[in-house]
Ligand binder design. Sequence first.
Ligand code: NAP
Length: 257
Amino acid sequence: MRLQNKTALITGGNSGIGLATAERFIAEGAEIVITGRNQETLDAAVAKLGPKALVVRADVTEDGAVDAAVAAAIKQFGKLDIVFANAGIPGATPVGETDLARFEQIIRVNLTAVFFTVQAASSHLTAGASIILNGSVHQVLGIPGASAYAASKGGISSMTRVLASELAPRGIRVNTVVPGATRTPIWASRAPTPDAFSALEAGFSRAIPLGHMGEAEDIANAVLFLASDEAKQITAAEIVVDGGHIGAPAGAPIYRT
Ligand code: NAP
């Protein structure tokens, strides 16, 4: 058991990568608190995860909401060893078609709230604690129409290094997992039907050297490693889980003759 006697907070633990990580953490012995907004998926997560998961409904953009989730975690477990700041939203912000509210909403959920999640948990973190932020390949790919999302994830990359140096004196590690296109509900608004999703997936698969999208479990496995003591000498690092999309683009099927 790689997380025996560890306690963890996972924001956005009711769906996709967060939920897969919650399952992985529990299987490895952790007790966890998950947050999210959607009551239906929070209820489904409780049923799936069982008694080692505490579920707190919390919008990460609401002042004090994550503090309340952290307080619930401390009341239940007495300490926090792991934070996975994972909650995030997609969204197109093309030049000429984007209003300020939309742009700011993406930055607020994907970047600002991540800082305040870390801040809320900070004073309760033990020496040896591990913080993992959720980034994206968008931080470097320059995908058109994604300025706010890409900037939010580029900000995660920069912020990881700041937090890693700031929290190092307390023995707290801070790292980022960088997912490529991964099969989760995040794509529902862009590809709402099975046919639309198949078309989307076929397009991604041509651009990914390993030839397919990732699964939420692929990301959860990297997060588990960073959370565990196996990564005790790793801080300020990024683990890219993208089938080679940003590291080896020339190996993608679209470039093969
Ligand atoms: P997902 O299934 O849609 O999950 C997103 C999670 O974030 C949900 O649990 C959602 O909870 C939560 N969330 C969103 N806004 C929130 C808010 N204001 N307050 C609290 N919780 C909020 O998508 P996912 O793919 O697992 O995404 C997880 C993370 O991975 C995100 O940061 C995303 O940017 C990143 N990522 C995903 C991919 C991919 O291809 N899937 C690629 C790169 C990076 P509710 O539904 O309850 O709001």
